[in-house]
Design a protein around this ligand. Sequence first.
Ligand code: PDD
Length: 285
Amino acid sequence: MSRIVYVNGEYLPEEEARISIFDRGFIFGDGIYEVSAVLGGKLVDCDAHLARLERSCGEIRLDLPWSRAELIAIHEELIKRNAIDEGGIYLQVSRGAADRDFAFPKDVAPTLVMFSQARNLSEAPAAKTGIKVVSCPDLRWARRDIKSVNLLGPVLAKQFAAESGAQEAWLVEDGVVTEGASSTAWIVKGKTLISRPLSNKVLPGITRKAVLAFLAETGFTFEERTFTLDEALDAEEAFITSANSFVMPVVSIDGHTIHNGAPGPTAIRLREIYIDFARKGGVLG
Ligand code: PDD
């Protein structure tokens, strides 16, 4: 069935939606995106996603003409028009359409495209079995903290994962795991969760932030540090977090079995707590 999507102020059937061939998102990857989850017809942690959108746009000097309230209203309209119960809303803003020239064009309005994707998130079959991960070199640029639409590195990594029978790729640089191709990477040792510090090398995950906010109620502690691939292979548990996967157990890395090949109790517990939080709209205090 055809979706209703949003393009530059209009809600249209997806077949009728158009952007210019000169759009700088298309020509240069000169744009920013966000993905917010929808659960029970409600946006999850959307404010935090829009705060990150504003930050990413600021970092590339793209002035956003829409307020947070206007963007939330478009999200909600897409949920309504497409009757989305579970899934996500994709938002992409580019620097607009202008004849091809690298430097910023003058007096050009940004392009805003948004669409919904219906998806089973809370009962995703992968959460029952856990996912397989393969490692590959991190080929991305130096500003991974910006959620840029330049995604060729992650595209190649995900394709490698798919061809290897895995569902996610863990990107490795200088011997340490930076993050998943489209997720934050975590390992577990005893009662300690380990994930690397935020920097220009990784995207500051909104799901990561929410998980850290729960730690007090789980009895786990957090060690914010890098970890090597060898350490991950030896970990008691591993998992990923993202808006699409929430908390997803990892049961194999490069063919090495993690936690006997079954989702571990830590990932299962954190997933339950996260889904509870998400059902309430995911608003952190
Ligand atoms: N990806 N790291 C990278 C490189 C990502 O692309 C993502 C999200 C994350 C997790 O961020 P969050 O918890 O805010 O979703 C970490 C989205 C879902 C995507 O590209 O589809």
